[in-house]
Write a protein that binds this ligand. Sequence first.
Ligand code: DAH
Length: 339
Amino acid sequence: MKQQLEQIKTAALEAIENAQNSADCENVRVKYLGKKGELTAILKMMGGLSPEERPIMGQLVNTAKAEVDAALSKKVEQMQAEAEELKLKQETIDITMPAKQDKTGKLHPLNTVLNDMIDIFQSMGFDVVDGPEVETDHYNFECLNVPADHPARDMQDTFYLAENILLRTQTSAAQIRTMETRKPPIRVICPGRVFRADEVDATHSPVFHQIEGLVVDKGVTMCDLKGVLEQFAHEIYGPETKVKFRPSFFPFTEPSVEVDVSCSECGGKGCRVCKGAGWIEILGAGMVHPNVLRSCGIDPEEYSGFAFGIGLDRLTTTRYKISDIRLLFENDKRFLDQF
Ligand code: DAH
């Protein structure tokens, strides 16, 4: 019987050793340790033994059972550990793999240039103000010394929404609103969209952008205007940029000028960007007309000022060599992704 026990034990340990998976282990457990298992059966055979032999044999069987049980537990544990390790290996993340590119939004080129301009004027002490896009005839024309029969009021240029209500054709309307609400000294810029019933082509759009500037104080002269605008041009285009003031006419300024800068692309020789001229016109400006100051309750004998209106779209298309202004408004991602 002892021999038989030894054989069963050896067979059980071998079966455990050879087990490939948890199902094999379970089979071994049932086969040897289960209710009808071989080691259990041997215990049942002990009835035929003498009372002296019985406890000795009983102890041997129990030891064998414990040994097989321990070996089985160890095997199961080992298999679990192996399975765990395999799982971890399969789940490893390759941190050297290139990540998927995150698509983040970015600034529209018009906003990039506008932000630069705002920085420049704020560093010179200007405040940024806002004005409505839907304006009245009063603010857009009348107070700006544009008489009722001025061609700018023509239905072809101005989008009228109702009688005397229109889409502002110029940010200059913000000058009047500012002078009505602030007392000199005034130093503001007003960026915004303006609207004109222009025919659409590569250089014209019915919607475009201006940055209006206004300075009113005691003793403001044309020299101040030239200084501020020259400083602006040098900061936005570079210190080597030449700035040209040409006499011009605007109803709301006297005298009036238009300002050209030497083409940053060719340095003034003439190229595609400046259409061969060597110069690019960037703004209109002048000394605020006494009538305009008066219409806002500011005494032109005591105060003087200058104003300017910069075209943001032109500045943007020349900076980025954009050949068609319409690209700025079409929101084509393939275009915008390039900035
Ligand atoms: N409002 C003018 C335009 O749309 C631009 C302009 C010229 C603005 C002279 C001004 C100025 O403030 O003084 O063409």
